[in-house]
Design a protein around this ligand. Structure first.
Ligand code: ADP
Ligand code: MG
Ligand code: MG
Length: 249
C-alpha cells in the first residue's frame, strides 16, 4: 500500500528526515512513535503534500504510484485520508454538507456517480451508528466550538464516510484526554479491513493499548531507529526515548 524509500526532507534548509524507510502492507495498522521534534509530523505533512517541505532524496510509492508527483487533491482521490493535528473550523457550514461535498467531489473525480441527498444521509446515518456517535453531529457547523474530543470524533466520522485505502492520523502531543484517545482508537479499530492500511503517528504509548498495531516504528534522528511488534510500544513506555536521543548526541 505504502512504500517509503530513503526519504530525505528538509525544512528551511535544515534536514529533518534523513533516510526514512517504511513499508506498510494492505490491511495493516502501523504506529510511528518517537521523541518530540523527531520529524513525525514532518512525515505526515510530506505524505499530505504540504508546501515548504522539500524532498531532497528518496521516493514514496502509494499502490505503486509515485506519490510525490501527485497533487494533494489527487492523493485524496486516489484514496489517501489525512487527519490533521489541528482540524479547521468552518463556521456556517453544517458537517453533513461538508461531508457530502467532500465525498461527492472524490466520487466525481473518480468517474463514479455522485450521491443525492437521500442516499448520502442514509449512508451517513449508518456510519454514525457504526461509530456509536450522536446524530447531532450532522447539523453542527464543521468543528466550530467543538471540544478536543468532539473534533477527534468528527475526524473519525470523516474517515468513515470517505472510506480511504490509506488513512494517516497524526495525533497531537497534548490535549487529548483518555476519552478522546478511546474515540480515535474505536474509530480506527472499526475501520480496520484487509483492503485498508492505517498509519498512526503518535507520541502516546497508551493510545496503542487500544489500537494494537501490527508494527511499531520509532522515528529518531530523522530515521526509523527501531521497528517491532506491539510489544515495542510497551517497552518504550518503560524505557523512554533517551536511548535513541543519546545516539544523536
Ligand atoms: P514531531 O512531530 O516528531 O514532534 P516535527 O515534524 O513537528 O516533529 O518537527 C521536526 C523538527 O522540524 C523539529 O526540530 C522542528 O522544530 C522542525 N520544524 C518543524 N516545522 C518547521 C518549520 N516550518 N520550519 C522550521 N523548522 C521546523
Ligand atoms: Mg511535536
Ligand atoms: Mg508532531
Amino acid at each position: 500500500m505504502l512504500e517509503i524509500k530513503n526519504l530525505h526532507v528538509t525544512i528551511e534548509e535544515t534536514e529533518i528526515l534523513k533516510g526514512v524507510d517504511l513499508s506498510l502492507p494492505a490491511g495493516e495498522v502501523h504506529a510511528i512513535m518517537g521523541p518530540n521534534g523527531s520529524g513525525k509530523s514532518t512525515l505526515s505533512y510530506v505524505l499530505s503534500g504540504r508546501d515548504d517541505y522539500v524532498v531532497t532524496e528518496g521516493e514514496i510509492l502509494f499502490k505503486g504510484q509515485n506519490l510525490l508527483e501527485m497533487e494533494p487533491e489527487d492523493r485524496a482521490i486516489a484514496g489517501i485520508f489525512l487527519a490533521f493535528q489541528y482540524p479547521v473550523e468552518i463556521p456556517g457550514v453544517p458537517n453533513s454538507t461538508f461531508l457530502k461535498e467532500a465525498l461527492n467531489s472524490i466520487r466525481k473525480a473518480r468517474g463514479e456517480d455522485e450521491l443525492d441527498a437521500m442516499q448520502f444521509l442514509k449512508q451517513l446515518r449508518e456510519r454514525i451508528k457504526d461509530l456509536g456517535m450522536s446524530e447531532e453531529f450532522m447539523k453542527r457547523a464543521v468543528n466550530a466550538g467543538f471540544s478536543g474530543g468532539e473534533k477527534k470524533r468528527n475526524e473519525v466520522l470523516q474517515m468513515a464516510v470517505l472510506e480511504p485505502a490509506l488513512a494517516i492520523l497524526d495525533e497531537t502531543d497534548s490535549g487529548l484526554d483518555i476519552d478522546a484517545l478511546k474515540t480515535v482508537a474505536d474509530g480506527v479499530n472499526a475501520l480496520r479491513s484487509p483492503e485498508r492500511s492505517m498509519l498512526v503517528i503518535t507520541h502516546y504509548q497508551r493510545l496503542l493499548n487500544y489500537i494494537v498495531p501490527d508494527k511499531v516504528h520509532v522515528l529518531a534522528n530523522g530515521r526509523i531507529a527501531k521497528s517491532g511488534d506491539a510489544e515495542l510500544a510497551k517497552e518504550l513506555e518503560a524505557s523512554g526515548y533517551s536511548q535513541f536521543i543519546e545516539t544523536a548526541a
